[in-house]
Design a protein around this ligand. Sequence first.
Ligand SMILES: N[C@@H]1[C@@H](O)[C@H](O)[C@@H](COP(=O)(O)O)O[C@@H]1O
Length: 246
Amino acid sequence: MKLICVENYEEMSSKAAQLVEQQIQRDDHSVLGLATGSTPLGLYEKLIQGVKERNISYKHIRTVNLDEYRGLSGDHPNSYRYFMNEKLFQNIDIMFENTYVPNGKAVPVEAECQRYEELIDKIGPPDLQILGMGMNGHIGFNEPGTPETSVTHCVQLEASTRNSNARFFSDRDEVPTHAITMGIQSILKSEQIVVLASGKNKAQAVKRFLEGRISTDFPASFLWEHNHVTLIVDKDAYSLVTAKEE
Ligand SMILES: N[C@@H]1[C@@H](O)[C@H](O)[C@@H](COP(=O)(O)O)O[C@@H]1O
C-alpha cells in the first residue's frame, strides 16, 4: 500500500490525474476503471484539462464503471451513466462505444450482472481502477458484509448510503433501493488501484482502512490483499490517523 498525503482536494485530484495520465502514456490502449460520487469530480476536471493542455488522448482508451443504480436509465440525470457522460466522456476524445456502465434497466438483473462481469474479463480487467470510499467503507456499492469472492451483482443499498447519496436527488425517497455493482473480486482483478479520500467526513473511514484489519465489515479493507494500491488522502481525510503507516 502506497500512501500519498496531500494538502487538499485540489492536490488529491492533480495527483490522481497524474497517475491516470502516466498510465495512458505507458499504454494508449489502456482500460480504465472509473468511479462516481463527489470524490473523483476534481480528477475528471483535471483529465479534461489534460486533453486540452497536455495532449493526452483517449482515442483508444476503454473504460468500465464500477456501478449503476438499479431502475435508472442512462438518460436519467441521477444515473451514473449520465454522470459519466456529463462530467467526463463528452469532454474528452473518448469513443462513446468504448465506455461501459452497467445497464440499470436491464431485466433480468442477474443476466446483466453476468454480462458485465464477462465484459470486464473480455476487455479488461482495468489497468488502473479509481475508487472512492463510502463512509461505511463501501467500494463501488459493495456494502459491509459483501464477501470477498463477490463478482458483479445486484445489492440492496444500506439506509446510510441512501441517506448520504440523497443530496443528489430532489427527494430522499427517489434514491433507488438497489444498485448493480462490480464485486470485491471484480475490483481486485485490476492491475493497479488508486483510492481517493478527501474531507473530514472520510476521516473515520480512512483511519479504519489504514488499520489494515481485513474484514467483511469494512469492504475497502480487502484492498490490503492487492499488491498495487495507492491511497491518496488530503489532510482532512487523514486527520484522525495518529500512528502513520509506512
Ligand atoms: N457508489 C458510490 C461509490 O462508488 C462512491 O465511492 C461513494 C462515495 O461517494 P462520495 O465520493 O460522494 O463521497 O459513494 C457512492 O455510493
